[in-house]
Design a binder for this molecule. Structure first.
Ligand code: ATP
Ligand code: MG
Length: 422
């Protein structure tokens, strides 16, 4: 006998009631992002491998060891997207957005793929929600983006929140810092983990981001990138902080925050939380400025800033049982006998068309069992239909919490239910 199929390691099924919590997160994002002017974009899940090599960067862990890359039947090298920013940048360029509007605000949501060690909050297929803004280089936008995330997580009741901000510099500032960091790290080479030994040569800033304890111990005394910023970057960072302060958004400057992707220039940020017991996976959203990417990918030089929300991690931090996010059943209709079931189906249809969530029992089961199901579903009201109700055209709507009964004329069911549920 053939083996029963199972899912791929690190790639999970999302089932109810968990999916209700996801829908709440997605709905909250949709509404909030719309108020900030973001419009939704859905790029493909697969892109040319080269996009990520150039966009995410050869020195990144993602490109170095985490991508799902394969050859298609025409021998093209394709990759399941490991993040959303590069694909959105590609779309921005491909659709000549810079020529169409001065400022573009896009958001997107979907699965991304990384081959990494599985843990709580660390999977091989996971979801990200991204916002990207193109065409604005001003520090007030950086603050606005961070403040939007603060508003989002506050609305989702994720607490406590720590908002970490830093400026990683660009161009000459970055080069000078890189040099200072290499000078500092080189005497410690032997003590670094194997990954960091490699990073020291390819992408030394990434050593600051390493999660291995002995690397963390070394970098506590590393030089600060903030001491290597030129006047322009320092001024930009100060304005970001002043704007956040004026908005009343709490934040902490973390000079060792660098982010794992190569493309960041200037402002970077992360939000972490102890809610959800995520351990070293406590970063629930991360982002920053990447003013050079659009130009480097062949588009017109365009400043940009964005972030990626880790959906699974955010879900783990949102309070309450997943089932508490389900849409409650408004009315459960229990029916006895074929004519009553027909009537129940018609009444349910009328209620649902009026916007009320209804469950109707289609199976021939005893009334006791039907009411047990109504309770299990958390129905607010129930209605029993049998021969007597069909004959009189009247019934009783039972409030399932208080067990009180309200007489109802079946012809006026919609109005009565609306009144009782209000
Ligand atoms: P980490 O340092 O935890 O590996 P990262 O720097 O690789 O994170 P980003 O590329 O910035 O993460 O992705 C944005 C967000 O996506 C992260 O802050 C995190 O919440 C989430 N995330 C990253 N990798 C995973 C994963 N393998 N499984 C689930 N969520 C993830
Ligand atoms: Mg990672």
């Amino acid at each position: 006998m053939a083996e029963t199929p199972t899912s791929v390691r690190g790639m999970n099924d999302l089932l109810p009631p968990e999916s209700a919590k996801w829908q709440h997160l997605e709905r909250t994002c949709r509404e909030l992002f719309a108020r900030f002017g973001y419009a939704e974009v859905r790029p493909p899940v697969v892109e040319h491998t080269d996009l990520f090599v150039r966009g995410v960067g050869e020195g990144s862990d993602i490109v170095g060891k985490e991508m799902y890359t394969f050859r298609d039947r025409s021998d093209r090298s394709l990759t399941l997207r490991p993040e959303l920013t590069a694909g959105l940048a590609r779309a921005y360029i491909e659709h000549s957005m810079a020529a169409k509007e001065a400022v573009t605000r896009w958001w997107s949501l979907g699965p991304v793929f990384r081959y990494e060690a599985i843990n709580t909050g660390r999977y091989r297929q996971f979801y990200q929600i991204d916002c990207e803004t193109y065409g604005v280089g001003e520090p007030t936008l950086d603050a606005e983006v961070i403040a939007m995330l603060h508003a989002l997580y506050t609305q989702l009741q994720v607490a406590p929140l720590t908002i970490l901000v830093n400026n990683v510099g660009k161009g000459d500032d970055r080069a000078r810092y890189r040099e200072a960091l290499v000078t500092f790290l080189t005497p410690h080479t032997e003590a670094l983990c194997a990954d960091c030994k490699r990073r020291l040569a390819t992408n030394p800033l990434r050593v600051l981001d390493c999660k291995v304890d002995r690397c963390q111990a070394i970098v506590v005394t590393a030089p600060s990138v903030l001491d290597h910023l030129g006047d322009a970057a320092r001024d930009h960072f100060e304005r970001v902080q002043a704007t956040l302060a004026e908005m009343g958004v709490p934040f902490t400057v973390e000079p060792r925050l660098v982010r794992g992707l190569d493309y960041y220039t200037g402002t970077v940020f992360e939000i972490t939380t102890t809610a959800g017991d995520l351990g070293s996976q406590s970063t629930i959203v991360a982002g920053g400025r990447y003013d050079d990417m659009i130009g480097e990918l062949g588009g017109p030089a365009t400043p940009a800033i964005g972030f990626g929300i880790g959906v699974e991690r955010t879900i783990l931090c949102m309070p309450g049982e997943a089932s508490s996010y389900l849409t409650p059943v408004g009315v459960f209709i229990a029916a006895h006998g074929a004519p009553a079931r027909r009537r129940a189906t018609a009444l349910a249809h009328r209620l649902r068309r009026a916007g009320i969530a209804v469950e109707v029992e289609h199976r021939e089961v005893g009334m006791k069992a039907q009411f047990r199901r109504a309770d299990k579903l958390g129905a607010r009201l129930s209605l029993a239909l049998g021969e007597a109700e069909l004959a009189s055209g009247e019934g009783q709507l039972k409030d399932m919490a208080t067990r009180t009964e309200h007489p109802v004329v079946l012809a006026e069911l919609v109005a009565t239910v609306q009144r009782l549920l209000a």
